[in-house]
Ligand binder design. Structure first.
Ligand SMILES: Cc1cc2nc3c(=O)[nH]c(=O)nc-3n(C[C@H](O)[C@H](O)[C@H](O)COP(=O)(O)OP(=O)(O)OC[C@H]3O[C@@H](n4cnc5c(N)ncnc54)[C@H](O)[C@@H]3O)c2cc1C
Length: 601
């Protein structure tokens, strides 16, 4: 029998049935949280969307760093640089989930979103999470007011995905007062005008990285030219060269050799934010597309009346809704875990660090899903606009170029797919935080009865499918693991297949739980619920196809003979056809967008 989730454990969704009551849904955001969204949204509309084509072109030409700085300081004046900084250090001290909502709203800020995003996320969180009280006092108030612009310097020309192989070195001076840093960093967002760099380097010949808070004013830092990029042009991206840069020993952050884990954990944070930003981008894509489709006539009709266009609008809206459901579910769990750890006696830093680390699997899933969905939406938004989509003035070509980076940074999507599996294996077999043995025992039972204690008949088929998706993931992962043992990690194609099945299960379950919770809310908009159900159904319809293909690929790649035949039979029995009419479902969703002339939820 599936166990009821009683603890906040990352990855546990694979083994337990979650009570919908325990899940946060975006419909529950408070007025105060919505005000944060509104402030950021208004800032983006007032300061960026009203810039006009000429000034946006200036931003895009990467020439006008002055304009970027001006926008940065306007944002700072509204307090937007301090959203993640605790109040005692001069920030707003927003909880994590409100921080995600901030990120969603910021997606409207063209590629300036990357500049501000780096400030409030990877640039300042290493100090918020790992800093001493003195370091926080020294730096955070100035970061919150925007007096200090900050950046995060991990990548080097020779070390990208393999971040721990970085060559930048720090050596303690003979008098023991400071480190001397030498090396080179690459692709550093905000680097061109940052005052503070969080730099990852190895002390002496250490195996693991350490992290340092480096001020530009320390000297010994040469800043390279602005990179000429495909997108996110309203953000500075440079190389940094450290030539005997002197760093006071007090500026070592988080302890010697702690930098690599810090880097990964800060990236967990960035990964879920990519999904939240993607949700903002997807909603923008739907709204821009539907506005255009409603007013563009061809063959004497608005193009929004054509099925081919409705297909795109329905699909775009569904992706926004599903990613939103999953991102804020995890964001709220991070907040709950943080409070649980604090209540258990953890320090503020440890509670922040470990609540984030707990959800490494989910963050990796969200990064991949959110980035791939927003790239698809941006591409199709151009298609809806036809030739006009290719012109700068509609804004969608910019969105397309800007979206593309999300599949690359904060760990490429290949790395994140592998990471989600690696983290699953670690938790299941090394640390045993996930009770895989108990769960594996329950799988055959799942075949016969699919027991879910929270299944009250509403969306019963979809509930069974979600449960089956999890079972398929566990069956193939278990079987492939038994056969290939440690060699499985080298069979990356299979690992990617498994990651995709796990992702579909998670995204589908998050959306399903949202609807189950909404169903029990007497105040929920019943008409909207009907459309939201259609979005879940459409996702499941598509997700099953992804899962079937991934499962076939995985099994065909490792199994032979009788094992292959048996595995396929079992998996096929789980991933049966799902009987909806996809055309009508997409059309029904699209019609709601068309009537509202925007993404209405
Ligand atoms: C605009 C921009 C802004 C950025 N901002 C920052 C920043 O602020 N700070 C910072 O530190 N970095 C930043 N980065 C760097 C970014 O995080 C890296 O580009 C990214 O991690 C990938 O590293 P790489 O470019 O060296 O690619 P590589 O690691 O060389 O990867 C190349 C390809 O090989 C694949 N690959 C690599 N290793 C494996 C493996 N083991 N198995 C399978 N496939 C593999 C990758 O998935 C990818 O497809 C930024 C990059 C860009 C382009």
């Amino acid at each position: 029998m599936a166990q009821i989730a009683s603890k906040l454990i990352g990855g546990n969704f694979l083994f337990s049935e979650t009570n919908p009551k325990d899940v946060f849904i975006p419909e529950e955001f408070t007025e105060e949280q919505k005000m944060i969204w509104q402030t950021v949204h208004d800032f983006c509309v007032k300061e960026l969307h009203s810039l006009g084509l000429e000034r946006v072109a200036l931003l895009e030409a990467s020439k006008d760093m002055e304009l970027i700085k001006e926008l940065f300081h306007k944002a700072a004046d509204l307090g937007l640089c301090g959203v993640s900084i605790p109040e005692e250090y001069g920030g707003m001290g927003l909880d994590f989930n409100t921080g995600l909502l901030f990120t969603e709203a910021l997606a409207l800020g063209l590629s300036f979103a990357t500049t501000l995003g780096a400030q409030v996320s990877i640039g300042s969180l290493p100090i918020v999470f790992y800093g001493t009280h003195e370091q926080k006092q020294q730096y955070l108030p100035k970061i919150a007011t925007g007096e200090y612009v900050c950046s995060y310097a991990l990548t080097e020309p020779g070390s990208g995905s393999d971040a721990n192989s970085a060559k930048t070195k720090a050596v303690l001076s003979e008098d023991g007062t400071h480190y001397l840093m030498n090396g080179q960093k690459m692709w550093i967002t905000n680097g061109g005008f940052a005052d503070i760099f969080i730099v990852f380097a190895k002390i002496d010949d250490d195996e693991r990285l350490s992290a340092f808070i480096v001020e530009k004013s320390f000297g010994g830092i040469e800043i390279g030219k602005e990179e000429k990029k495909m997108g996110i042009k309203a953000s500075s991206t440079v190389q940094l060269f450290f030539n005997n840069c002197p760093i006071p020993k007090e500026n070592l952050l988080g302890g010697r050799g702690k930098g690599f884990n810090m880097a990964l954990n800060i990236l967990n944070n960035g990964r879920i934010k990519i999904c939240a930003g993607g949700v903002g981008g997807m909603k923008f894509g739907v709204t821009k597309s539907v506005e255009y489709a409603n007013q563009r006539y061809q063959f004497d009709k608005p193009i929004s009346e054509f099925g081919a266009i409705k297909y795109k609008l329905g699909q775009m809206a569904m992706l926004a809704f599903v990613n939103e459901s999953a991102a804020y579910r995890v964001g709220a769990d991070v907040d709950k875990k943080y409070r649980e750890l604090l209540d258990g006696g953890a320090t503020e830093n440890d509670a922040k660090i470990n609540s984030m680390r707990e959800y490494a699997i989910e963050c990796a899933i969200l990064k991949v899903q959110g980035s791939e969905a927003v790239c698809w939406v941006a591409d199709e938004a151009i298609q809806v606009h036809g030739g006009m989509g290719y012109a700068m003035e509609t804004g969608v070509e910019m969105a397309y170029r800007d979206a593309r980076i999300t599949k690359i940074y904060e760990g490429t999507n290949e790395i994140n797919r592998m990471l989600s599996l690696a983290e699953f294996y670690k938790r299941a077999f090394q640390t045993k935080e996930l009770k895989i043995n108990d769960a594996a025992k329950s799988i055959p039972m799942g075949i016969v009865q699919n027991f879910n204690p929270f299944n009250n008949g509403f969306l019963a088929t979809e509930t069974e499918i979600v449960s089956n998706l999890k079972s398929v993931f566990l069956i193939i992962t278990g079987a492939a693991g038994r056969k290939l043992k440690t060699k499985l990690v080298d069979e990356q194609e299979i690992v990617m297949n498994l990651a995709d099945i796990m992702s579909v299960a998670f995204m589908a379950e998050s959306t399903l739980l949202r609807l189950k919770k909404l169903k029990t809310d007497p105040a929920a908009d019943k008409e909207a619920l009907k459309t939201k159900i259609k979005m879940l159904q459409l996702y499941i319809y598509d997700g099953l196809e992804i899962a079937r293909k991934s499962a076939d690929n995985a099994i065909d790649s490792y199994a032979t003979g009788v094992e292959k035949f048996t595995m396929k039979r079992v998996v096929n029995s789980f991933l049966r056809n799902y009987d909806i009419n996809p055309k009508n479902t997409r059309r029904a969703i699209a019609d709601v967008m068309i009537a509202a002339n925007k993404y209405p939820y």
